[in-house]
Design a protein around this ligand. Sequence first.
Ligand SMILES: [Mg+2]
Length: 421
Amino acid sequence: MRWDTRWLCHVLRSTLHMSSAPVILHADMDAFYASVEQRDRPELKGRPVVVGGKPPRGVISAASYEARRFGVHSAMPAIEAQRRCPDAVFLSGDMAKYGRESKKIRAVFEEFSPDIEPLSLDEAFIDVTATMRALRAESPLEVGRRLKERVREETDLVVSVGIAPVKMVAKIASDLSKPDGLLQVEPGGVREFLAPLPISRLWGVGAVTEERMRLRGLLTIGDLAQLDGGAVATSLRGLWHLARGEDVRSVDRDREARSYGEENTFAVDVADDQILSDVIGQHADAVARRLRRDGVFARVVRLKVKSTEKLARPGKYRAYTRQLTLPESTDDGVTLADAARRLLRDGELPRPIRLVGVTAAGIHTPDRGAGRQLSIFDAPSTRALNEALDHIANRHGRDAVRRGVGKADRASLTSQIKRGD
Ligand SMILES: [Mg+2]
């Protein structure tokens, strides 16, 4: 075959296409509940509208931009909102109606990609990397513009859209662009975009971590990003990657879009770390068994706990997620458990705990990507033990196999096991 110009162009184009960065949209409705009310009741247009529980005991779930100007925001006690903005119209809201609107919005998102990760009624990640061509869009910005247009056509509501190669960055972009925003962070500009932002913007940085970082002189995301990787503690490694715009959840192209998780709610809240450690071990074993069954390995371990702190929404409790990236991929339960226990120990998590869960993510098959290197942790005895455990579990059920279970049984697990979330 002759290497004429046309052929070369074709090769170049397909190479560019294959290596192009992910295009992830974060779409988030502006002041969703309040906007729906303003749309349906024109007399409320331009007025401060607050949806949620009413004063004196209620808590706010949404505030229109007119109300936000007075410093009113969601999760604020209604009585405080009333003090700041006495003219606000308080509405108790209509969840059924918001649910119907949410369905319409979701249908619009689906016009753009099947790869959607909803975060709430009015917010979702939409990965259009694979559909850019089918959409015949010239640029990610054009996709964003069209999405905004379609949402407005279908619902007469406004959505803000952030676009980036990394989920967290797309979410920050939509947030910074509000109201009626559209903001793209180009793949080459991610670190520059993140650098000046306060460190609390990073996913997983709560008040305690923020204070710890501040004491070390780390005030902005850029401060953390420029640290030498070797100097970063293991428990902070995930944050350090995020600060550099390297989000394992979207950058690792070999990753399959799934994770393996097991979790349980306790019948009685648990503060005893020995019990938590035992339960983490059981979850990790169950997760590892499923990894081995599917012949895959995990690079990321995530620990989720739910505290006893109630949130404004009825039946909701504050949840915390901590994760770390393992030095090497694994399908071994002990390795997963060790990592999850380290997250429990170092993660600045509250006690007592209502729920604990272990998830393995960053999943890949050994024959894909860079290939998996055998590690020293993969001693033949470990593999043999795991094979034996799998054999017993397959024959006699998972409860037949529990390593070092002690007091955990007495914690009365309620089974809320999520499979293949
Ligand atoms: Mg919203």
